[in-house]
Design a protein around this ligand. Sequence first.
Ligand code: FMN
Length: 181
Amino acid sequence: MGKTDDRQHPRVIVRHPHGQGGVDEILPGPGLRTGVLQAGAAGVRMGTRFLAAAESNAHPDYVQALIAAGAEDTVLTTRFEVDCPMCPATHRVVRSALELAESLPDRPLGEMDVSGSPYPIPRYFGFPPTRQMTGRIAAMACYAGQSVAAIHGVQPAGEIVAELVSGTENLLERHVQTAVQ
Ligand SMILES: Cc1cc2nc3c(=O)[nH]c(=O)nc-3n(C[C@H](O)[C@H](O)[C@H](O)COP(=O)(O)O)c2cc1C
């Protein structure tokens, strides 16, 4: 399925995208700003949206998959755990990455450059694809929270933060005005 307009789906996900509990994965736009504020949260932890920041080291093919994906194009899995003992056991990824990895033979998907030396990337490797990786990027650990719905292109990190802050301020103002009426 393609990108949906997140304004049609305002909600807060009361579940960590990696299955660790807590109010953590937050849908964008009104979902972020009204849901979290109404719940009385002091802060949120965000991840996916910044993968598409201009400063991000995420592989460009991974970023393109995020731009194309809607919240419904993500899936929780336990598959991407190879060679990554610190990676959370349950994690949310772009569904097509999981499906492609499952369809491929159990051979290295590509290589990554580590201090000038090439290392093979096993199928279901737990690290997400970076610019230092080559090969079947689309079959690697393309982590994505449902907040992926808010990603429409590459933006500087400062611009993403400014959008989040100004949108939050506007909604907070409206929320306060509604409350005092
Ligand atoms: C590429 C990527 C890697 C992550 N790796 C971890 C991790 O190793 N351990 C962890 O607890 N959370 C990890 N997270 C989850 C973030 O800390 C954060 O909880 C989550 O991204 C928030 O939801 P959002 O991505 O929808 O903004 C990761 C998130 C992303 C996008």
